[in-house]
Design a binder for this molecule. Structure first.
Ligand SMILES: O=C(O)[C@H]1O[C@H](OP(=O)(O)OP(=O)(O)OC[C@H]2O[C@@H](n3ccc(=O)[nH]c3=O)[C@H](O)[C@@H]2O)[C@H](O)[C@@H](O)[C@@H]1O
Length: 437
């Protein structure tokens, strides 16, 4: 090795600069050639090893922190007992009921929608990968809640085509309520890959399986108010432009809407996208401001309240979960059948997008004041400039289309909704004994 190294040291880095005349090896060409051959051989070996390492090592992934990758672990599914649970959970128990595959069923909206469907006698089967974007024990608690009402959640990823095909083999779902997604606006800067994985690749995979299903299901799925991006005209209407997203999250939801158009156009899938406006309530998401503000106020930790340039107000059209659930069920109930079969379109199919908001934006500082009153604790407010990490200054929904077509009529104001949230929060975390994720 040391011998080779000495040769290596003597080989010029740029062959053009190699002056043969002055080389001490000029009289020993044979030895030099054999050394060169050895060097080439070892260089190739070395390169090969590097390549093997690069392609096999998990750290070669450009997004090593991607938590959704953990969801790619293999899940146990299949077998007669498993199929029996799937069938039983998806069995329709009321006249004119529907059978719905709910993706993201252990998520916030997914749990509430699954429970509501089950209550009215529809067949419901959940699917969730239980990733750890936020405290998975909260997802497990939601799962236990659903389990008690007879909803089985299959553990698996929407990117797993074999699993999805199997589910459609076992149950002829009439509808899919697609809520599995990588949520959160700010986290997209930390982990862009997880948004592409779930919101784009996962959605396409689901649509691919749905297009071949016989019968094809009607699909209702979660888009987002964030597609309105940097728009300044309020309230936001479905007819407004959606081509200036402020976050990768928003861009993936916008992409989802375009993908939905394509699958509707080519394969006759009936598709309804719901643009949710900052949904909150009991069993909510710990990554959302109202949730972690509550946790931090109770802990006496300071909270960051964003404001726009020149002390501009940052506001959200906060929408209570029960109103959102009603909108979701109405979207399922008014969804027309898909028209294709065997992967082929037979005729035009329904394609819809609706705003599901509350129509009354509330400044974030008012949200904090309401929480202070409900918690009877003063918040330590740290007013901060709105960071440029995906947040938009305000959202405000025009819901006349959803009102007309879905009978959607939100009825919970922020004060009432937060009261219900706080009651749940205090009982779930039993006075702060359990740490909120
Ligand atoms: O409506 C939507 O489409 C989106 O609503 C929420 O996104 P966001 O409205 O940003 O909700 P939060 O993250 O809970 O933020 C609420 C408000 O609090 C503000 N905020 C957030 C964090 C913080 O530390 N301080 C603060 O003032 C934000 O700027 C925002 O105005 C969800 O997180 C998204 O998944 C969803 O798609």
């Amino acid at each position: 090795m040391s011998k080779q190294m000495s040769h290596l040291d003597n080989i010029p880095s740029t062959p053009g600069k190699f002056k043969m005349d002055k080389s001490p090896y000029i009289h020993n060409r044979l030895r030099w050639h054999s050394s060169l051959a050895k060097l080439t051989f070892w260089s190739f070996m070395f390169l090969g090893l590097i390549l093997i390492f690069f392609f096999r090592s998990p750290s070669s992934n450009p997004l090593p922190q991607d938590p959704s990758r953990r969801s790619l672990r293999t899940y146990n599914w299949g077998g007669p007992a498993w199929e029996k649970r799937v069938r039983s959970s998806a069995r329709i128990r009321s006249r004119n009921g529907i059978s719905v595959l709910v993706t993201g069923a252990a998520g916030f909206v997914g749990t509430h929608v699954s429970a509501a469907l089950k209550r009215r006698g529809d067949g419901v089967l959940g699917l969730d990968n239980f990733n750890d974007y936020y405290d998975p024990s909260l997802k497990r608690a939601r799962q236990a809640l659903l389990e008690r009402s007879g909803v089985f959640i299959v553990e698996g990823d929407i990117n797993d085509s074999a699993l999805l095909r199997k589910l459609f083999e076992v149950v002829a779902f009439t509808h899919v309520m697609h809520l599995a997604a990588q949520a959160g606006v700010r986290y997209a800067m930390e982990n862009p890959g997880s948004y592409v994985h779930s919101n784009i690749a996962g959605f396409v995979n689901l649509l691919e399986v749905c297009k071949f299903a016989n019968p094809q299901p009607a699909i209702v799925w979660a888009s987002s108010s964030s597609v309105y991006g940097l728009n300044t005209k309020v309230p936001f209407s479905e007819r407004d432009r959606t081509d200036q997203p402020a976050s990768l999250y928003a861009a993936t939801k916008k992409a989802g809407e375009e993908i939905a158009h394509t699958y509707n156009h080519i394969y006759g899938l009936s598709l309804t996208g719901l643009r949710f406006f900052t949904v909150y309530g009991p069993w909510g998401r710990p990554d959302m401001a109202y949730f972690f503000f509550t946790r931090d106020i109770l802990k006496g930790k300071s909270i960051s309240i964003f404001e726009a340039a020149n002390h501009g107000t940052v506001a959200r059209d906060f929408t209570y979960i029960d109103d959102i659930v009603k909108g979701c069920l109405a979207a399922l109930d008014t969804a027309e059948k898909s028209t294709g079969s065997g992967g082929k379109k037979k005729g035009p199919a329904q394609l819809r997008v609706f705003n599901l908001g509350n129509t009354s934006p509330v400044p974030v500082s008012d949200l904090v004041s309401i929480l202070e009153r409900l918690l009877k604790v003063n918040a330590k407010r740290n007013i901060m400039k709105l960071p440029r990490n995906g947040d938009v200054q305000f959202t405000h929904a025009n819901i006349s289309l959803a009102q007309r077509e879905l009978g959607y009529k939100p009825s919970t104001d922020l004060q009432t909704g937060l009261k219900k949230f706080v009651r749940w929060y205090l009982s779930y975390y039993s006075g702060g004994k359990k740490a909120a994720g």
